[in-house]
Design a protein around this ligand. Sequence first.
Ligand SMILES: *Cc1c(COP(=O)(O)O)cnc(C)c1O
Length: 383
Amino acid sequence: MIPYGRQDITSEDIDAVVGVLQSDFLTQGPQVPHFENKLIAYTGVKHAIAVNSATSALHISCLALGLGPGDYLWTTPITFAASANCALYCGAIVDFVDIDPDTGNLCVLALEKKLLLAEKSGTLPKIVMPVHLAGRPCEMRTIHALGKRFGFSVIEDASHAVGAQYMNTSIGDCRYSDITIFSFHPVKIITTAEGGAALTNSGKLAERLRLLRSHGITRDPKQMEETPQGDWYYEQITLGFNYRMNDIQAALGSSQLERLDSYINRRRDIAKNYDILLKDLPISLFKYSDNSSYHLYTIRIDDKFSQTNRNEVFKRMRQHGVGVNVHYIPVHFHPYYRKLGFKSGDFPAAEKYYLEAMTLPIYPKLEDHELQFIANRLASALS
Ligand SMILES: *Cc1c(COP(=O)(O)O)cnc(C)c1O
């Protein structure tokens, strides 16, 4: 089976990891700050805080921005559940903004409409979290402007968009957001096995994120309430977690980051090739975009054009050895979210998307002859 995504591990990666295993530090050595500095250099952001998953990064970002009981966080229903769960961890209330069918991303017109209503009822969100679905950047300038107008903070869930650009700058530079989150899970663009990072230009948020990453404990006398009683002394000044990335993961991440640009170039080539190979099939394609990181290559199978529906095509593709997938089940469809009061019909564009979307394999080592094979299989699955 050709999988929909797959990590690429080189002998350089293996050497980097072995090097850490032979060194004095496995957890809190020099590799984590080294990786953080490389993320800073790559994106142009001021601060990077590496953690053990993007989910952890989302959680402490919400806390750092002061999200708490009674507050609202809005995100898109077409995302991985973690984008919404992080608000529930903080005791806050989650709501969703329907998607723009042309991009699959949170729709800024729907966002503005919902904000105007929320303003009247006094339920404006504290945080809005756009997700760059598949690596296609959201309309950050508009979202940022709405944030200024309605007084909310912005967290970009860029789990898919490491290496993407928006308006000629790198995703992750936080030009239009308070915090940006990266994921380094193996199916994502680069990997640290498990891992994530929170990026920000705010020194205050960075300090808060570092505290929350490690138990709320500080060794910095400037942050302490008491005078240090000796070299052993540290203080817990807030309630934090053990969300630290370790040196083994960070060394792998630094080594992978060296190949980020070549990965993105290859993903963009694959996407362009798919666009050509699939152009006459009865499906809809997203417009090729030269700033996307192409974490996913998604097509839509609309039964207006095709005699076969998505579920049937999906089954046939899997039977023929192509590991297609569906991203995503709308978050509000999950039983846990239904129990919070969400139901079918709440977000019609997202729900239609879910019936039609199918992810085709895309990863740097996918070969051109495999692309041709996938395109042939898709043509026959559709007929
Ligand atoms: C993968 C993913 C996450 C969670 O990433 P982890 O590193 O596995 O915690 C969050 N949001 C989105 C959109 C993702 O795709």
